[in-house]
Design a protein around this ligand. Structure first.
Ligand code: ADQ
Length: 742
């Protein structure tokens, strides 16, 4: 990883630490913890502190793998820090039970792997999930420093980014999801509050990474549909944040595997394996015991092969290694039983004294044995029903140093995107698995080498060190991306000086937009009535004789009259078509005709009918098609179409067609908030001009104001305004401060 020369500390956060600590007879015992993430990141972490790295040091935060009594916690902390560069998060057995075995592995894991029927929706487990994420947030807060890079991993900690955003100001937060992100149709099965909280949680990140392009797209689709945020090439812009989403397929450390094959332990293991299985083709199957891995399908495919093609009997062996996993979750216990029954059935049906068709082992195997297995197996059968990536497939290819060997790979694994030269199967089709096994066993060595050469080159290039480096480079780059958006943020200091200028001035002109500035957007415009706090602050501001307050909105005059008619302020309706000064009647700002409306209205109504949830608003001199409550994706397509339609239709008429915040508006050309702004400016000699708004229509006003004016946009998007604020709450605070100076 290269880039700016400044060095940062990296904080890695994952459910498990890279080591395990357990109490035996009251004493702590330490062990290594296995798994793709730990071994992958360890290779990357070896580069930390080198000249080419932007990372000066690292600290790993997570659970140490067991419950620890009070008296041993300090010792564990100290060993964790000195030996493993880690910081433990302590969790009770009950917390772990409901959190890990509960919400993580009975709700998120099955649902995100497209097993909705295995998914539990239990409120107490959800509460514990929130609680444990809070415990992690607390642990991070204890150690984090500004300028740290915080990299959170996986589905156990989906709520964490948002929880630490405020606790770790200045730190950049990255999140990587190691499992698939499911399509909206699956994700929406979660109760409304959960799915919103989970997405809000993730949106606390600066960079969000996924293994595959599809998962990134699914996530973005959920963000549009559930939170209502659009994106531009994966960059999500909300009123107060910029979040980058990106695809980073995780790799492995190929060199580590190749080098380890030369270790005496591996060499011996390879010899022993070859001796114990002479004259047969070895088909390897290695996974954690998990129903998503398709282990049963694999066995069924093998059964079909032996059944339908007897010539393979005594000629092939399925070497099946299953690593114990998530013991205590019903579905896992059930799958284990089913696997063992089927192994027994196949061996009973086809086996002989000299030949066992399926050699089955239910255990964790050490690294040197695992790579020996990869090295001697003629075929690797990797057939998950759904898998975020699948590192086993890549590890097998890495260990084929002479490029022989055949990988049979499921099209449902994320790894298939990079390993397209494998024999690709649909794991639901047992016949296909069986045919793939036969094809693999028969494949000539030249063809095997041709395929593996391409795949090995690819996985060597995008290895795990590149993967982590890329992710962290993107994370660091967010500082610059965000600074462009945050450059105009109204700091506390600037805010105070605006308030001082306000209090010293004698003739003030104050422009206020309404929707999105004083009140939030709601599903139906008529529901956005001003609350008591908004009415109070407007009353106070408009009572001050030094103030000329102009409420300038796109709404119709009847609504503004109803809500604010009694206040001593200027009301402007339909973005400048109508104006009502205090104690006067409504007047048209510039003469208008409305005869064009009868031509345009049917077009808008047609789109109103075509898109459920959208509606047409007819004002005196403008027409609006609203689509805030409609399906966001469908409405984006139709909005583009309507815009095109109207632009062509109005080419020779003096009308303007504008696309706003979930609306398309048609009105007479030449009238906008800017014209009203100029009119009001010329009505007196003001010594303080202030304008605040959130919308594209406010830009017309910002553009015409004198340089000395204080113009503020609500939201961090590009703007002509001098400053930006991130929320409506900030608008309220500022206006209240003004009112307090009256
Ligand atoms: P897993 O579901 O655990 O990981 P996988 O990617 O295959 O799946 O990683 C398993 C790791 O465990 C591999 O590194 C492998 O070497 C090791 N392993 C497998 N069988 C073993 C055995 N019998 N003994 C010892 N070690 C064994 C999750 C997601 C995946 C994603 C990874 C990484 O489910 O889709 O690829 O995270 O992001």
């Amino acid at each position: 990883m290269s880039g700016s020369s400044k060095k940062h500390r990296l904080i890695i956060v994952s459910n498990r630490l890279p080591f395990t600590a357990k109490e035996e007879n009251g004493k702590l015992e330490f062990g290594e913890s296995a798994g793709g993430l730990v071994s992958g990141l360890s290779s990357f972490l070896k580069t930390v502190g080198t000249n080419t790295s932007n990372i000066s040091e690292y600290l790993w935060i997570g659970w140490p793998g067991g419950t620890v009594s009070e008296e041993n916690k300090e010792e564990l902390k100290s060993v964790a820090r000195s030996k493993f560069s880690s910081y433990p998060v302590f969790l009770s057995e009950e917390e772990m039970d409901q959190f890990y075995l509960g919400f993580c592995n009975k709700t998120i894991w099955p649902l995100f792997h497209y097993f909705p029927t295995y998914t539990a929706y239990q409120e107490d487990q959800w509460q514990q999930y929130k609680n444990v994420n809070q415990v992690f947030a607390q642990a991070i807060q204890e150690v984090v420093k500004p300028d740290d890079l915080v990299w959170i991993h996986d589905y156990h900690l989906l709520l964490l980014p948002n929880m630490i955003k405020t606790r770790a100001p200045g730190a950049l937060i990255g999140f990587f999801l190691h499992i698939p992100f499911p399509s909206y149709e699956i994700f929406r099965l979660l109760p409304g509050e959960w799915r919103k909280d989970l997405l809000d949680g993730l949106m606390g990140s600066d960079v969000l990474g996924f293994h595959a392009y599809d998962y990134t797209q699914h996530f973005l689709q959920c963000i549009v549909r559930i939170l209502g945020h659009d994106h531009n090439m994966g960059l999500i812009l909300t009123a107060d944040r910029v979040v980058r989403t990106e695809t980073f397929p995780m790799g492995i450390d190929v060199d580590r595997f190749v080098t380890a094959l030369e270790n005496p332990a591996s060499v011996q293991e390879i010899k022993d394996l070859k001796k114990s299985l002479p004259g047969v083709k070895i088909i390897l199957s290695v996974d954690r015991q998990d129903y998503t891995k398709g282990i049963l399908n694999r066995l069924e495919g093998f059964e079909i092969l032996l059944e339908t093609q007897p010539r393979y009997r005594e000629k092939v062996v399925l070497l099946m290694i299953v690593v114990p996993s998530r013991i205590g979750v019903d579905q896992y216990d059930k799958t284990k039983k089913q696997i063992e029954e089927l192994v027994g059935k196949i061996n009973g049906k086809f086996g002989s004294i000299s030949w066992t068709p399926v050699v089955y082992q239910y255990r964790q195997v050490p690294f040197h044995s695992l790579i020996a297995l990869y090295h001697v197996s003629d075929v690797a059968l990797v057939t998950p029903l759904r898998d975020g990536m699948n590192l086993v497939a890549k590890e097998y290819v890495a260990c084929r140093v002479d490029n022989t060997g055949v990988l049979v790979l499921s099209e449902m694994a994320g790894a298939v995107k990079e390993l397209g030269e494998a024999i690709i199967v649909n794991p639901n089709n047992r016949q296909e698995i069986s045919a793939a096994m036969a094809e693999a066993v028969e494949m000539p060595a030249g063809e095997q080498q041709r395929r593996n050469r391409i795949m090995r080159d690819r996985i060597k290039r995008y290895n795990v060190i590149r993967w982590a480096g890329d992710f962290l480079s993107q994370l660091l780059a967010m500082r610059e991306v965000q600074s462009k958006f945050y450059v105009k943020l109204l700091s506390e200091q600037l805010k105070q000086s605006v308030i001082t200028d306000y209090s010293r001035s004698k003739r003030r002109l104050i422009f206020l937009d309404y929707d999105g500035t004083l009140v939030p957007f709601v599903r139906r415009p008529e529901m956005a009535t001003p609350g008591a706090d908004v009415s109070a602050v407007l009353t106070q501001l408009s009572k001050d004789s030094r103030n000329t307050v102009v409420l300038i909105s796109g709404r119709d005059k009847a609504t503004l009259q109803q809500w604010f008619g009694d206040l001593c302020m200027t009301l402007v309706a339909e973005h400048g078509i109508w104006i009502r000064k205090p104690k006067e009647d409504w007047k048209m700002f510039k003469e208008q005709t409305a005869d064009w409306k009868s031509h345009i209205l049917p077009i808008l109504q047609l789109y109103g009918d075509r898109l459920p949830g959208s509606s047409v608003e007819e004002k005196d001199y403008s027409l609006v098609w609203h689509y805030r409550s409609a399906d966001p994706e469908q409405s984006n397509v139709l909005a583009r179409e309507l815009l095109d339609h109207l632009t062509n239709f109005t080419a020779n008429i003096d009308l303007q067609v504008l696309r706003g915040n979930k609306i398309i508006e048609v009105r007479a050309a030449g009238i906008n908030k800017g014209s009203i702004g100029l009119h009001m400016l010329s009505s007196d000699n003001f010594d303080f001009v202030f304008s605040i708004g959130d919308d594209w229509t406010d830009e017309d006003l910002f553009k015409v104001l004198p340089e000395s004016a204080v113009s503020i946009k609500v939201g961090i998007a590009n703007t002509h305004a001098r400053y930006t604020v991130q929320s409506i709450q900030e608008v309220h605070r500022l206006l209240k401060a003004f009112a307090g100076k009256a």
